[in-house]
Ligand binder design. Structure first.
Ligand SMILES: Nc1ncnc2c1ncn2[C@@H]1O[C@H](COP(=O)(O)OP(=O)(O)OP(=O)(O)O)[C@@H](O)[C@H]1O
Ligand SMILES: Nc1ccn([C@H]2C[C@H](O)[C@@H](COP(=O)(O)O)O2)c(=O)n1
Length: 243
C-alpha cells in the first residue's frame, strides 16, 4: 500500500505557506478542467480524487470482486496500491504499478464507481491517501472531488463548489463523446446518467456530495471554461493576499 505524489520540487525557507484549495461539485460541472488549469497557472499540485475512486473500482472489477457486495468490497479495500501523480501538466494514476488512466474512464467503471465509493472502508482508505498527498504538496494543491471541503480537507484555505444546469453538463459531456468519435450522442440519456450518478453520490451515508457551509458556489452554466478558471484564480489570489 502506498500514498505518494510524484511531483518533486524544492521550496525556499521563506516561501509562502502552501495553499490548499478544495473544489467540489456534481459531475460535469468542470471540476477537473478548472482545477488542473488553475493549479498549472499558480504553480500548485493537482489531485483528481474521482480518478482514485475510479482506480479502486477498476481494480475491484478486474479482481472479480462483486461491486454490489459492500462487504466484499470493504474486505478488499486495502489491497490495491494506488499512486497519484500530481503535476497538473501530466497527472497520472497507477494501480499496482500499471497505468490506469485509460481503463478508469470506461463505461463499466463509470457505472460501478458510485457503489464502490459509497463503501466506508473504501472512503477511509482513499481519504487517507488524499490527506497524505495534500500534506506533502510543496507549494499547495488544488484537490477536486465530492467531499473535499466537507470531509477530506475541512480546513482548506479556500473551498469552491461548482454547479451547472443538467442541460449544460450533458451538452459538455456530449461534446466530449462526439469528439472521441462513434455514434451521435443522446443528450437526454447523457443528462439522465449524470443525474443518476449525482443522486447516488449525494444520497450515500458516508461523506455524500455536498457543498460545505463555507464554500463559495460558482454557477458555471453561462460561463466559458476560461471565465471559470479566471474566477477561481482570482479567489485564490485574494485569499493569498489576505493571509
Ligand atoms: N464552463 C465550461 N464551459 C464549457 N465547457 C466546459 C466548462 N467547464 C468544463 N467544460 C467541459 O465540460 C466537460 C466536463 O468537464 P470536467 O471533466 O472538467 O468536469 P468534472 O466536474 O470534473 O466532471 P466529473 O466529475 O464527471 O469528472 C469537459 O469536456 C470540459 O472541457
Ligand atoms: N471526492 C470524491 C470524488 C469522487 N467520488 C466518486 C463519485 C463519482 O461519481 C466518482 C467518479 O468521480 P469523477 O471522476 O466523475 O469526478 O467517484 C467520490 O465519492 N468522492
Amino acid at each position: 500500500m502506498a500514498a505518494t505524489s510524484r511531483q518533486a520540487s524544492s521550496v525556499s525557507p521563506d516561501a509562502p505557506a502552501p495553499v490548499i484549495v478544495a473544489i467540489d461539485g456534481p459531475s460535469g460541472t468542470g471540476k477537473s478542467s478548472t482545477s488542473r488549469a488553475v493549479a498549472a497557472k499558480l504553480g500548485l499540485s493537482y489531485l483528481d480524487t474521482g480518478a482514485q475512486y475510479r482506480a479502486i473500482t477498476w481494480w475491484m472489477l478486474t479482481h472479480d470482486i462483486d461491486v454490489r457486495d459492500a462487504e466484499a468490497v470493504a474486505a478488499a479495500a486495502d489491497r490495491p496500491e494506488i499512486l497519484s501523480g500530481t503535476d497538473p501538466a501530466e497527472p497520472t494514476i497507477t494501480v499496482d504499478g500499471a497505468d490506469a488512466s485509460g481503463p478508469i474512464r470506461t463505461q463499466e467503471v463509470t457505472g460501478a464507481v458510485s457503489a464502490v465509493s459509497a463503501v466506508p472502508a473504501v472512503r477511509a482508505r482513499i481519504t487517507e491517501l488524499q490527506r497524505a498527498i495534500a500534506a506533502g504538496a510543496p507549494t499547495g494543491i488544488v484537490v477536486e472531488g465530492r467531499d473535499i471541503g466537507t470531509t477530506v480537507l475541512p480546513d482548506a484555505d479556500l473551498k469552491i463548489f461548482l454547479t451547472a444546469s443538467p442541460e449544460a453538463r450533458a451538452a459538455r459531456r456530449g461534446g466530449e463523446l462526439k469528439g472521441s468519435g462513434g455514434r451521435p450522442v443522446d443528450l437526454d440519456a447523457t443528462r439522465e446518467a449524470l443525474l443518476r450518478r449525482d443522486a447516488a453520490d449525494a444520497g450515500r451515508k458516508t461523506s455524500p456530495l455536498r457543498k460545505a457551509d463555507d464554500a463559495v458556489e460558482v454557477d458555471t452554466t453561462e460561463l466559458t471554461l476560461e471565465q471559470v478558471i479566471e474566477c477561481v484564480v482570482t479567489l485564490i489570489e485574494d485569499k493569498q493576499q489576505a493571509r
